[in-house]
Ligand binder design. Structure first.
Ligand SMILES: Cc1cc2nc3c(=O)[nH]c(=O)nc-3n(C[C@H](O)[C@H](O)[C@H](O)COP(=O)(O)OP(=O)(O)OC[C@H]3O[C@@H](n4cnc5c(N)ncnc54)[C@H](O)[C@@H]3O)c2cc1C
Length: 509
């Protein structure tokens, strides 16, 4: 029977269980659907589509080289499935499981219903360590090991592609301008020039040596961090490939005589590996509770910030934050840099979110949507969990209110990053680069909120709320559902990682 392999946010051919499985069971029809509704969602942006199309192009090339043609219709998934059935008769649908936004979740449920009605079997395979219908978090960390320790699947070399050519009108392309500015397309192309594996390799061999100490400053993070997130988010590399590459590199370094080991590299690898755990740990939260996308994990914080229509002052604060005109140089530089490039490092993401949620007292959903559209690596499970965490509404994480002046002094002491992204401050002396209001700079707005007062006001509300007995009690339930049982891995990493154990759970992956 025809095997239709539906590529979603798993745009690769290696370590791809549905493709490998399909190759063993019949002629393969590779499918990627350009779904206008997906791109019209409030968390989607042309930047995402441009990156995805770069991955699709690479996948289409691979399929071509192996004698097939990637089918890339534009439209709704149900129509596409109906067309395939009308044209080719019965088939099996194969895909990875997706933990996506509410729209993709609803789309998948509609696909499941269509398949049931049409008698089309749909086989879904895990894409990472996220578990469908997870009963308890207790053994989740061991499951990560189980799934990761199996070697990544090689790209199948025996695929028999279904022999068919598609009318050009059925295929999407990116010449219709819907990807947005040419610049973002160019960036996507550049990113694919240095493919996911080259990027990871350069990090593990060289760039990552000082990752642990250089990840926090935006001056060093863009080269010291792996920058693999965009590829993980769109699936051009799998998390298991990353894990195996880290372990191989660790073995290589350990084999070197002590005096030849590049200083700090092993510690950096440990930090990086911890973050590969976080990746799945956070996505698991959305898988277990899809409402995390729009609703507080801890309902006891529901009324602390305004979720409804914004008052004019709130709108003004949101606009200033979004465009990088808050009057706080480091916040503005980080936001402008993110808006221009599509990436910023973790600490600066946390600071941007914290500043919006505490000092500007805006609801995380509105600010999170802006960040989602800007991040090329937008991954709903990580994103919404982090937005909530940095806004203090999970009930199980320590409140962390960043001081943007202190962050600026710590992470950009000379003001180099600020001057790069906020040209209005180019000539401001170093002594006041993070506090320009002390001297007044024509052309740069004064702070939109008073730092001390707004921070104190936020603390007053949050600590009182967190201390209420019913809020504390409910936090226990949140912990049971989402809390890490292994903080050394999924929280702060302090202990040395043990060699993966061999739990009994086995899942095809
Ligand atoms: C408010 C906020 C929103 C975020 N939204 C996203 C998002 O949409 N997509 C996304 O991939 N990351 C998100 N992150 C997490 C993190 O900032 C990025 O994963 C990281 O900056 C990506 O760069 P990198 O690949 O060089 O990371 P590295 O530091 O090299 O880490 C390697 C990989 O580990 C994972 N990882 C790293 N940090 C975290 C983390 N804190 N939580 C979960 N996984 C992590 C990512 O997959 C990353 O690619 C968010 C963080 C915050 C504070």
């Amino acid at each position: 029977m025809l095997q239709v392999v539906w590529f979603k946010r798993d745009l690769r051919w290696q370590d791809h269980a549905p493709l490998s499985h399909a190759a063993k069971h019949g002629a393969v029809l590779p499918l990627w659907v350009d779904e206008p509704q997906a791109w019209a969602q409030s968390d989607a942006s042309p930047r995402h589509r441009a990156f995805a199309l770069g991955c699709v192009r690479a996948l289409a090339d691979w399929v071509n080289v192996h004698g097939g043609q990637l089918y890339t219709p534009r439209g709704g998934m149900l129509d596409v499935l109906a067309n395939i059935k009308a044209r080719f008769g019965q088939f099996t649908l194969l895909s990875h499981e997706e933990t996506g936004n509410a729209w993709s979740y609803a789309r998948d449920r509609a696909v499941a219903r269509w398949c049931a009605d049409a008698g089309v079997p749909w086989q879904e395979f895990p894409n990472n360590a996220v578990v469908r219908r997870l009963a308890t978090r207790d053994r989740w960390s061991a499951l990560w090991d189980t799934r990761m320790k199996t070697p990544p699947r090689a790209a199948p070399d025996d695929v028999r592609f279904a022999n068919m050519t598609w009318p050009a009108a059925w295929m999407t392309d990116d010449r219709d301008g819907s990807c947005g500015a040419a610049a973002s397309l160019q960036r996507a192309a550049q990113s694919h020039l240095s493919s996911a594996h080259e990027l990871l390799n350069s990090f593990l061999q060289q760039r990552g040596q000082h990752y642990r100490v250089q990840m926090s400053s935006p001056l060093t993070a863009d080269t010291a961090c792996s920058r693999i997130s965009e590829h993980l988010a769109w699936g051009s590399i799998s998390i298991r490939e990353c894990a195996h590459a880290v372990w191989a590199r660790r073995t290589e370094l350990l084999a070197l005589p002590l005096e030849q080991r590049p200083a700090g590299f092993l510690q950096s690898l440990k930090s990086f590996e911890g973050r590969l755990h976080w990746h799945c740990h956070f996505i698991q939260k959305l898988e277990s509770e899809p409402e995390i996308e729009w609703r507080n994990v801890h309902r006891g914080f529901d009324d602390v910030r305004n979720e409804g229509a914004l008052a004019p002052q709130e709108q003004a604060r949101l606009d200033a934050w979004v465009s990088g005109h808050t009057g706080y140089p480091f916040v503005d530089a980080c936001m402008r840099s993110l808006n221009a490039t599509g990436w910023i490092n973790f600490r600066m993401r946390a600071m941007l979110m914290s500043f919006a949620s505490y000092q500007l007292w805006l609801h995380w959903r509105q600010t999170g949507l802006h960040l989602a559209r800007q991040f090329t690596d937008y991954e709903p499970g990580i994103h919404w969990s982090q937005c909530q965490m940095q806004s203090g509404v999970t009930g199980i994480n320590t409140l962390r209110i960043y001081n943007p002046v202190k962050q600026g002094l710590d992470q950009d002491p000379t003001g180099e990053f600020v001057r790069r992204w906020v040209p209005e401050l180019a000539d401001v002396p170093q002594a006041v680069i993070h506090t320009p209001w002390l001297v007044g700079v024509p052309g740069y707005s004064p702070p939109i909120v008073d730092l001390k007062q707004s921070t104190q006001a936020a603390k007053d509300v949050m600590y009182v709320r967190k201390g209420q007995p019913e809020v504390k009690a409910q936090a226990q339930a949140v912990y049971q559902k989402h809390g890490s049982r292994n903080p050394a891995r999924e929280g702060r990493i302090k202990t040395v990682r043990k060699v993966p154990s061999s739990p009994q759970m086995t899942l095809e992956f």
